[in-house]
Design a protein around this ligand. Structure first.
Ligand SMILES: Nc1ncnc2c1ncn2[C@@H]1O[C@H](COP(=O)(O)OP(=O)(O)O)[C@@H](O)[C@H]1O
Ligand SMILES: Nc1ccn([C@@H]2O[C@H](COP(=O)(O)O)[C@@H](O)[C@H]2O)c(=O)n1
Length: 357
């Protein structure tokens, strides 16, 4: 569009500047350039051409070639507006979503963020905790379920919880057992904190969930690597056989990934290529530092002991991420449960990969 515009400007400038009709002719030229430029890009003629910009009062074109004010106004406005990052209000928690296919490294990435931002500042929730309970089915039926379809998860409850956290309420996050495919009886309290970190394969596939997220990161890893990682993990941590993993991958994981997860990538603000990697983490953390500082400042001392953005404490935890020191040596882990033993293994095995240096 811009290239077309500057060439027709050239034609306009050939005329004499003192010509009293110049302005009108300029305007006509502007109409011409609009005709040859914009018209080519718009799907169908929608009405007479009306004033376009300040100083350009174009004569309406004959129907049906013209363009309506309703169409051109917003179009031109949008062209003139700088592209703005979608920001949520700074008065509530900053909501961060990390999505990606199974085995892409989103847990690894999310936990690195969790550590780097400071656990006391982050409410960490996984969509996995909201898998629906299947205890009404016999085990053989349960294990054949499609766990990669959005209907397998109680997303409405998660959205409700996110909204409650934003209002400052503590929520009871369900606990899920991947070995039995059931919810446990107990729940896990998640307290409101300045940053809400949400992770899951399908979090960008649900509109109501996407709307709750201010910053959306997609961890993008090729399917062969994801499958290999999944095999390792599911054998070690989820008590699965190689045969069952491959069977599940072919029947549900892969097709659902192609249908729901991959297209949801377009919702992302940031795409991390090659899975979790230190350069991406560092860059993301640097950018986030300003956002987080703002949010921590806003939420005050009950959730943020260091209000001063230059305080040694904040510098320390951001630096922690930069060094890649990611060991989770405490019991303040995320509200994510896959049974006790799995949680322990998962924490340690993920974090070793990115242990400092
Ligand atoms: N960049 C990486 N290089 C090597 N292994 C990785 C990498 N990222 C993750 N992993 C390993 O792959 C497995 C799956 O990673 P995880 O973060 O749990 O993925 P997701 O949460 O997306 O399923 C884990 O065992 C983890 O240690
Ligand atoms: N009972 C269940 C529930 C889910 N899954 C699989 O978990 C995957 C999502 O978790 P990631 O940590 O890998 O993102 C998903 O692909 C489900 O197939 C399961 O196997 N059993």
């Amino acid at each position: 569009l811009l290239a077309g515009r500057s060439s027709s400007r050239g034609v306009t400038h050939k005329r004499k500047a003192h010509d009293p009709t110049c302005r009108q002719e300029d305007e006509e030229d502007d109409v011409q350039e609009v005709k040859s430029g914009f018209l080519a890009y718009l799907p169908s003629p929608v009405g007479p051409l009306l004033p376009l910009r300040h100083g350009v009062s174009a004569t309406p074109l004959e129907e049906p070639q013209g363009l309506g004010k309703e169409t051109m106004g917003p179009l031109l406005e949008s062209l003139e507006q700088p592209v703005k990052a979608p920001r949520q209000s700074t008065s509530g928690p900053l909501t961060l979503g990390v999505a990606g296919g199974s085995g892409s490294g989103k847990t690894t990435f999310a936990r690195a963020l969790y550590e780097a931002l400071g656990e006391e500042h982050v409410t960490y929730i996984t969509h996995d905790s909201y898998y629906k309970d299947l205890s009404h089915l016999p085990f053989d039926e349960r294990k054949k379920s499609n766990f990669d379809h959005p209907n397998a998860l109680d997303t409405a409850l998660l959205v409700e919880h996110l909204r409650a956290l934003k209002r400052g309420h503590t929520v009871e996050v369900p606990e899920y057992d991947f070995a039995t495919h059931n919810r446990l009886k107990r729940t896990c309290k998640a307290e409101p904190r300045p940053v809400i970190l949400l992770e899951g394969i399908l979090i960008f596939a649900d509109r109501s969930l996407v709307q709750e997220l201010a910053i959306k990161v997609f961890v993008d890893t090729e399917s062969d690597l994801r499958l290999i990682r999944r095999i390792h993990r599911d054998v070690k941590e989820r008590g699965r056989s190689l045969e069952s993993i491959v069977d599940q991958y072919v029947k549900t994981v892969r097709p659902m990934h192609l249908e729901f997860v991959e297209p949801s990538k377009r919702e992302a603000d940031v795409i991390i290529p090659l899975g979790m990697n230190q350069v991406a983490l560092d860059m993301f953390l640097s950018r986030l530092q300003a956002e987080v500082g703002e949010h921590l400042g806003h939420l005050g001392s009950s959730t943020s002991p260091d209000k001063d953005s230059q305080s040694p404490k904040r510098k320390a935890y951001i630096a922690l991420g930069k060094q890649g020191s990611l060991s989770l040596g405490n019991n303040m882990g995320p509200a994510r449960t896959r049974g006790e033993s799995e949680a322990k293994n998962a924490n340690l095995s993920h974090l070793k990969v990115f242990g400092s240096k």
